[in-house]
Design a binder for this molecule. Structure first.
Ligand SMILES: Cc1ncc(COP(=O)(O)O)c(C=O)c1O
Length: 403
């Protein structure tokens, strides 16, 4: 075997890439697995989006390479979306760069701005790709606490007492995955000021702003953001287009030029019909989001009952595609407990360690399955917990008898 590059040893295979193979094996017989793992929306995009895709795919001229910067129609649609949703003006010529999903964007930004020895601030718990991309780019990840309670904020004073001299990049992600915490405009402003004081780039990864969230915000609305901030966004979650791989990065033209230098050496543009369809999707307005969010709100109620059945207690309704709950204190190893539940009930829930040390005692439940499936998962889990309690009680009785 030819030895892989040293950088490969800095990362491991993505948790879901490994675990979903096990889930698929379990799913081969009845009862089927209820997969409440990954945040891949199960609902379809708006029919008009698919129509644009198929109509334009019929044109003989739609199949060639496309511009590295994305077509003007898509960039203009992104700029309009940004104005209407966040009140942020973007010049579609220079301040918008369409991407193949925001996950890829995390790698592009890391490749464009990080050198060996640089440090990267990232949230714990948080999306694991920030750390992997930092390591693949030769940099060192350093975590900060996200502040999980209502009204919480990142403790920027504590962060500033640390040595930030090697920090080149800070990831923020609001609304935050997995906790669902949102940031106030004031918190985003203070993050931008911190980045300006310490001369590093701050990137807000913003794919959940329209899911169960009344006040969508962009970091680019903060004063002085153009000097130090970028924002990633995506059609994956809000427009049910995760498999399409369409997102974008927005910010100053100079920063985007650096990203484009990397990106234009890695891909050769995006299929034209997908770009036209993405522009169509970005025209979606209130009614689309109201109906989507009504569906997710119902699912979230069932997911809250599910975590209650697990013994996690009450959870506050939060934005995003997940319910995040603390496991009962009596559970020793949360990963092993959820594995036992997976094998006994065929309900797949994600152990919080996947998102970092601070998530080690938590469980994440995805809302990307129908309400009936989440209710069925709740019932299976409740039956498992009751049997366990009863088994525990029986064992205790037997132990007393034997004594
Ligand atoms: C916080 C966060 N950022 C980025 C992504 C990636 O989304 P995309 O499909 O746009 O690559 C995800 C997907 O789960 C996510 O949770």
């Amino acid at each position: 075997m030819i030895v892989p590059a040293k950088r490969v040893a800095t990362v491991s295979e993505y948790y879901f890439s490994r675990k979903l193979a096990e889930v698929r094996r379990l799913d081969q017989d009845e009862p089927r697995v209820i997969n409440l793992g990954i945040g891949s929306p199960d609902l379809a995009p708006h029919p008009s989006v698919v129509e644009v895709l198929s109509d334009s795919a019929r044109s003989g001229s739609a199949h060639g390479y496309q511009s590295y910067r994305g077509i003007p129609e898509l960039r203009r649609a992104i700029a309009k979306f940004s104005r209407d949703t966040y009140g942020v003006e973007l010049d579609p010529e220079t301040m918008v760069l369409p991407l193949m999903g925001s996950k890829e964007g995390i790698m592009h930004v890391s490749m464009a701005f990080l050198d060996d020895g640089d440090e990267v601030l990232l949230p714990d718990p948080g999306y694991p790709t920030y750390a992997s991309a930092a390591k693949l780019a030769g940099a060192t990840p350093r975590t900060y606490a996200i502040g999980e309670g209502p009204g919480d904020a990142i403790d920027l004073e504590a962060l500033e007492r640390r040595d930030l001299s090697r920090v080149k990049l800070m990831w923020v992600n609001f609304p935050h995955m997995p906790t669902g915490r949102v940031a106030s405009a004031g918190e985003l402003q203070r993050v931008v000021e911190l980045a300006r004081r310490h001369r590093f780039l701050v990137v807000n990864d913003n794919p959940y702003s329209l899911i169960l969230n009344d006040s969508p915000r962009s970091i680019l609305a903060a004063r002085g953001a153009d000097e130090v901030a970028l924002e990633l966004n995506s059609l994956s979650k809000s427009h049910n287009m995760a498999g399409w791989r369409i997102g974008w990065v927005a910010g100053s033209g100079e920063h985007l030029d650096a990203v484009l230098r990397v990106k234009s050496n890695m891909d050769s543009g995006m299929f034209l019909p997908m770009q036209l369809a993405a522009a169509k999707a970005l025209e979606s307005r209130g009614e689309w989001f109201a109906s989507l969010n009504a569906t997710y709100a119902e699912r979230r109620r069932h997911a809250a009952e599910l975590v209650r059945a697990l013994g996690c207690g009450e959870v506050e309704p939060r934005p995003g595609l997940f319910v995040w709950a603390k496991a009962p204190d009596a559970v020793g190893d949360v990963e092993a407990w959820l594995d036992e539940i997976l094998h006994a009930t065929k309900v797949f829930l994600v152990p919080g360690f996947v998102f970092g040390e601070a998530g080690r005692r938590h469980v994440r439940v995805s809302l990307c399955r129908p309400a009936e499936a989440i209710a069925e998962a709740r019932d299976r889990v409740a039956a498992f917990m009751a049997a366990r309690l009863e088994g525990g009680a029986r064992t205790a009785v037997a132990a007393r008898r034997d004594a």
